[in-house]
Ligand binder design. Sequence first.
Ligand SMILES: [Zn+2]
Length: 233
Amino acid sequence: MHSQVQKLLELQKVDQEISSLTRDIDALPAEEQKRKRRLDELERTMAERRARLQKTDLEARALDKAVRGNDDEIKRLNERLNIVRNNAEYQATLFQIEAVRKDRDVTQDECLKLLESVDAQKVESTAAEAAHAEEKKIFDAFLVEAEALRQSRAGAIAAVRNRRKAMTEGVPADLLREYEGLYKTREHIAVSPVQASYCQGCYHKITMNDTARLMGLSVVVRCGSCQRILYLS
Ligand SMILES: [Zn+2]
């Protein structure tokens, strides 16, 4: 095998080792984002329901206050009945009392309806809080597990990376760049064996001329179809 290709083949084994060590760790940021989005969504729902509950509760309180104001007004008008001087004034006051009482009854009906809504919204708000708390617990546990995985892997990854660094020495920079590009874009196989004249990376037949060049060992040969760096196995 061509000596540079031999080096790249060994480098590829180490790169594959690194890939298998980092695969799950590399997937963590995307997973974290996905989970964070779900958590944020639940937090928004929780905030919306809380705000709605607060608004309904305030409205109900305002109506209740209005009812109590009406009650005071009725009480005051009833007291006036005792001191009016003539029948006309008495009748007018009675009309007033009736009008305020009607208002009061309408307002109280609305208030009761709102209080029913408050009860229903409290249930929804509590459910949203529980859903958020549950997801938050899961998310926090995920973060702890992810960090533990990163830490437990860090030593092994650093060791293999150091080993890799030493292995790249003596490989021409442009060949190394070419290899690294292929490694990324060709499913982690940049250097591929040729068996019975077929590139094992893409299963295309290689030319007689390329077979001769591979046997000659003096140049680096690429697959005409997938551009992988080839060697005879
Ligand atoms: Zn190929």
